[in-house]
Design a protein around this ligand. Sequence first.
Ligand code: NAD
Ligand code: ADE
Length: 413
Amino acid sequence: MPRIADPRLEEKGRLAYEWASKHMPILVKSIDRLKDERPLHGVKAGFCLHVTKETSVLVMGVKMLGADVSLCAANPLTTQDDVAAFLASQGIDVYAWRNESMDEYYSCIRSVLSNRPATITDDGSDMHVLYHTEFMGKSNYKPIGGTEETTTGVIRLKALAAEGQLAYPVIAVNNAYTKHLFDNRYGTGQSTIDGILRATSMLLAGKVAVVAGYGWVGKGIANRARGMGARVIVTEIDPIKALEAHMDGFAVLPMDEACRYADLIVTATGQINVVRQEHMKAMKDGVVLANAGHFDVEIDVRWLESNASKKRVVRDNLEEYTIDGKSIYLIAKGRIANLVAAEGHPPEVMALSFANQLLSIVYIVKSHGMLEKRVYSVPEEIDRQVAINALEAMKIRIDEPTEEQLEYAKRYR
Ligand code: NAD
Ligand code: ADE
């Protein structure tokens, strides 16, 4: 039995699904191409993803290809309840609602795993890890393979594989060019700014925005913040990324200095305690903190919680902490701001990521028994095909190399 907030939201969720489908032609085309073949016929497919309108297009597509689908959320605060209601009405086993407690969050993941899915598609690897720590070895249930959506999830899976513990092959969808170059950069860039603006209504022009981490996500946020007139400072630990930020025209400083100037600080590192007590003590009155990384560990919220003399909710998804008489504002409890305070990435960009997901799930099923227990890249032909489909959907034409150019590329002198 599905567990959702309110089945009466079905119609609103259907409209959201239709809207997203219209803006995801790259994904819809991939589904249409495989519909007759039904390559997932009879396959149990488990998903632990943010339950959004974009995710609804992916999981409905996987169902159309013949799979029996179960879905739970990849974060306790990000489920769009109307979408969950629509998917439940379509025969998908949904276990997700907005504002789950942590116990409820893990119990929803357990519910999906109890359906014994053959494929596991995860965002952050909580489901992959729970399989390995709680389910593996307790029965004869073993998935044939999985996929992983995000940077942090891939890092966790590689750590499992390095210890020789990974029980099935996993495709690192995040690492496809047509995923991270666009989703992590442009998707998170836009939707994080969207979340910050919805939560605070602040003017960015003229403000000092500190972006921690200049990876794919950080680059996206820094560029979008600059585009809206903010003066952006980047903090990094990697000398090459720091140099890149400098040559891209950003100021680069260590956090203990940058935090003194900040009107806004956004973390995008995948690391723990990047913004911590010594920084919070040095910040200006009225500073806004937001996190775009996968887990809520980048800002030391526990320190804020135990040291604030006062705490109050001032707007939706915005809390004010009083520290030494000054106000520090925290968006979305330090959780993934673009999905809690806004709707996550726009459908156009999720279409690229989820076309990679769909084709990788089909690949896992078709390659059953032929893959090793390790973390694989998305096959190059899938990555390339997604780019070709995207250009086609956007009606962008490119050149083909001439015979002469092909020959020239083979020469060495
Ligand atoms: P990345 O590896 O490309 O970039 C992370 C960067 O952070 C690196 O350059 C690293 O050197 C830097 N860094 C690490 N520790 C730091 C520290 N203490 N101070 C400053 N910089 C530090 O990863 P990415 O793809 O940009 O992803 C970053 C995080 O965002 C991950 O947790 C990922 O899962 C998550 N993510 C979120 C969304 C979203 O929708 N919000 C989308 C994609 C990825
Ligand atoms: N991750 C970031 N944005 C997302 C979205 N719109 N749907 C699902 N996962 C996401």
